[in-house]
Design a protein around this ligand. Structure first.
Ligand code: BGC
Length: 579
C-alpha cells in the first residue's frame, strides 16, 4: 500500500457542505422483555463439523420452532471428549468443563418464529470427537427430546437478496469471520478479545482464488460464509487487489502483474472471480468488494506533474490500465446480482487537499464508466483502507483557530480540509454524487488499526497557546507525519465493526486484518512481486510524500500481508475504544 500526501495548497474555498444521506438504523429488533421464558421455548438445533484430526470447526443452527419470537437465545450442550474451545464467531462462546455455551449477539440474538440463527466455533481435541447428543436453548431441551439432531424443517424466513441490492448491505446482517485470520489472532496472547471479529479476505494474487499454500480459496471462504450465515442476511467482504503495475508510488505492495498485463488481469483474475461469485450457491450472500486500494488516487497525486511523482505512476497513467482494470472489475463483478462494489478513495491525509479532492472524484467517475461499467455498478466508497487516520478527532476540529490563526495552517494539518476520516468520507461521498455517482452510495471506513489509544492518547483539548502546540497536543493520531503509512508505531485497534454508525456511512469495517504487515522493514526476497519500501524502515528519514519525516514504522516487520506478532500485540495494547 502506498499512502501519500500532497503538497500543501494555499487556497481557501468554502467548506463543501456534507449533506449526506441518513442511513437506516440497525435492523436488529429486540423486544422490550429480556430472555423469553424458558417454558415457551421450542427449538431445533443442527450441529455440523469440519474435522481435521486434532481440531475442528463446528457450526450450529438454532431454529426457533415455537410460535412466538425469541428475544434472545443461549445454546448449551456437552462434549464427552476433551474438546477445547479456541474461538468462535456469530455468538459469544464460552466453555466450562465439558459444557459449551453460545449466546446470540446483537444482530442474531432475536429469532422470529420459524427462523434460524447460526454460529460457529473452532475447537482442538485429541482422541475421539463425538457430536453432542443433546442441546438446550435458554435451558429448554431442543429437538423434541434428547437424542439425535434433526435438520430444521422450516425454510429460512429472510428473503434472498439475489438480484435486488439493499441500500446498505450491513444493516441487519452478520458479517463473515475469516477462520484463517481468526485462528492466527486467537493464537496470540489476548488475541481472543478480537478473534471473533469479521475481517476482509484479500484476493491479492491470482493464486489466492484457489488458495495459497493449501490455504482457503475463494470458494472455501464462500462455503464457510454460507454456513456461518445459516439462512440469515450475511455480508462477505472481499478485497480486489491485483491490478497491473500495482501500487505505483510505493514498493512494499507491488504485485505480480507487470504494467502492461491488463489481459491477464481480466482473464486470469477478474473473470475467474466473477465465475465463482455467480454460483447460485452464493446467491443469498451480500458480497461486498473493496475495489483496488490506492490505484486511482495514485494517478492524481503521484504522477510527475507533482513533486511526489514516480515514473511508475506516469506509466500507469499513460497506459490507462488502472482505469481499464477498475472499470472491468466494476462491470464484471457488478453484473453478479448480489455484489456490492465499494471503490477505494484513499484517506483524508491523501485526498483531503483541494488539489486532490475534485480531481480524484473525476478520475473515479472516469473509471466507473470505463470498460462497460456504469455508475450503477458502484454501491459505495471505502476510506482509510489499511491506513491509520483516526475515525474522528474528538478534541479539535478543522474550524478551530489559535490566536486568530486557523488550525489549517498548523504543521500537522498543513492546509488539509479535514482532520479525520469520517468528516472526509462524508464530504467525499457528497462530492462523488455531485460528479455523477448515484445519490444512494454509502461510505465504509476501515477502522481496524486507527484507534490511537494507550497512554499517549490525550483526554482533552490542549491549551491554545501556540498553533502547533494546540494541534499536536489535541490530536489522537500520533503519527510523526500524516503521510506515514507503514506499520505505524503507537497505533491501536480502532472502532469495532458496526453497521450504519453515522450519516452517509454504511459501516465501520476491518478490511486490513490486524496483525498483517504493511511491508518489510528490510529487503526480503520473495515470489510475490513485493519490493522493499523504505517507508517501512524505522531508520528512514523520509521523502517528499511524508514531508521528509521519519517513517514511524515498527522494526523487524515481515513482508506485506505476512503475520507480524509484535504489531498485533501493540494494536491490542493501544486499542481505542479499549478492549
Ligand atoms: C499486501 C497483501 C495482503 C494485504 C492484507 C497488503 O498490503 O500487499 O498481500 O493480503 O495487505 O494484509
Amino acid at each position: 500500500m502506498s499512502r501519500t500526501t500532497a503538497p500543501p495548497r494555499r487556497t481557501r474555498t468554502a467548506l463543501i457542505s456534507a449533506c449526506a444521506l441518513v442511513a437506516a438504523g440497525l435492523a436488529t429488533a429486540t423486544g422490550m422483555s429480556g430472555t423469553a421464558h424458558a417454558a415457551s421455548v421450542a427449538c431445533n438445533v443442527t450441529y455440523t463439523t469440519n474435522d481435521w484430526g486434532s481440531g475442528f470447526t463446528a457450526n450450529v443452527a438454532v431454529t426457533n420452532s415455537g410460535t412466538a419470537a425469541l428475544d434472545s437465545w443461549t445454546l448449551t450442550y456437552n462434549y464427552t471428549g476433551n474438546q477445547k474451545l479456541t474461538n468462535g464467531w456469530n455468538a459469544t462462546w464460552s466453555q466450562s468443563g465439558s459444557t459449551v455455551t453460545a449466546k446470540g449477539i446483537d444482530w442474531n440474538k432475536s429469532i422470529a418464529a420459524g427462523a434460524t440463527a447460526g454460529a460457529g466455533a473452532q475447537f482442538s481435541y485429541s482422541g475421539t470427537n463425538a457430536a453432542p447428543t443433546s442441546y438446550a436453548v435458554n435451558g429448554t431441551t431442543c429437538n423434541g427430546a434428547t437424542g439425535p439432531t434433526d435438520p430444521p424443517t422450516d425454510p429460512p424466513t429472510d428473503p434472498p437478496t439475489s438480484g435486488s441490492l439493499v441500500d446498505n448491505p450491513y444493516v441487519g446482517a452478520g458479517v463473515y469471520v475469516n477462520p484463517e485470520w481468526s485462528a492466527l489472532a486467537a493464537a496470540e496472547p489476548g488475541g481472543s478479545k478480537i478473534s471473533s471479529q469479521p475481517t476482509a479476505v484479500w484476493l491479492d494474487r491470482i493464486a489466492a482464488i484457489k488458495g495459497v499454500n493449501g490455504g482457503m480459496g475463494l470458494r472455501d471462504h464462500l462455503d464457510a460464509a454460507v454456513k456461518q450465515a445459516s439462512g440469515k442476511p450475511f455480508v462477505v467482504q472481499l478485497v480486489i487487489y491485483d491490478l497491473p503495475g500495482r501500487d505505483c508510488a510505493a514498493l512494499a505492495s507491488n504485485g505480480e502483474l507487470g504494467a502492461t498485463e491488463i489481459d491477464r488481469y481480466k482473464s486470469e483474475y477478474i473473470d475467474p472471480i466473477a465465475a465463482v461469485l455467480k454460483d447460485p450457491a452464493y446467491a443469498n450472500l451480500r458480497i461486498v468488494t473493496t475495489i483496488e486500494p490506492d490505484s486511482l488516487p495514485n494517478l492524481v497525486t503521484n504522477t510527475s506533474d507533482r513533486p511526489t511523482g514516480t515514473p511508475q505512476c506516469d506509466t500507469m497513467k499513460a497506459n490507462g490500465n488502472y482505469i481499464t482494470g477498475v472499470g472491468y472489475a466494476l462491470n464484471k463483478l457488478g453484473a453478479v446480482g448480489n455484489v456490492y462494489n465499494y471503490l477505494d478513495v484513499g484517506h483524508h491525509g491523501w485526498i483531503g487537499w483541494d488539489d486532490n479532492f475534485n480531481s480524484t472524484a473525476q478520475i473515479l467517475h472516469q473509471a466507473a464508466t470505463a470498460s462497460g461499467a456504469t455508475v450503477a455498478d458502484v454501491q459505495g466508497i471505502i476510506a482509510n483502507t489499511a491506513n491509520y487516520g483516526a475515525t474522528t478527532e474528538p478534541y479539535f476540529t478543522i474550524n478551530d483557530a489559535v490566536n486568530g490563526t486557523s488550525v489549517r495552517q498548523s504543521k500537522w494539518v498543513d492546509w488539509n480540509r479535514y482532520v479525520d476520516e469520517q468528516s472526509f468520507a462524508q464530504a467525499f461521498r457528497t462530492e462523488l454524487v455531485s460528479v455523477g455517482f448515484d445519490s444512494k452510495i454509502g461510505a465504509l471506513i476501515d477502522t481496524s488499526r486507527n484507534g490511537w489509544g494507550g497512554s499517549a492518547r490525550p483526554t482533552a483539548p490542549a491549551a491554545k497557546t501556540t498553533l502547533d502546540g494546540y494541534v499536536d497536543g489535541s490530536r489522537t493520531d500520533k503519527r510523526i507525519h500524516l503521510g506515514n503509512w507503514c506499520n505505524q508505531s503507537g497505533a491501536g485497534i480502532g472502532e469495532r465493526p458496526k453497521a450504519a454508525p453515522a450519516a452517509g456511512i454504511d459501516a465501520y469495517v476491518w478490511v486490513k486484518p490486524p496483525g498483517e504487515s504493511d511491508g518489510a522493514s528490510s529487503a526480503i526476497s520473495n515470489d510475490e512481486g513485493k519490493g522493499f519500501d523504505r517507508m517501512c524502515d524505522p531508520t528512514y528519514t523520509g521523502n517528499a510524500r511524508n514531508g521528509n519525516s521519519m517513517s514511524g514504522a515498527l522494526p523487524n516487520a515481515p513482508l506485506a500481508g505476512h503475520w507480524f506478532s509484535a504489531q498485533f500485540q501493540q494494536l491490542l495494547k493501544n486499542a481505542y475504544p479499549a478492549l
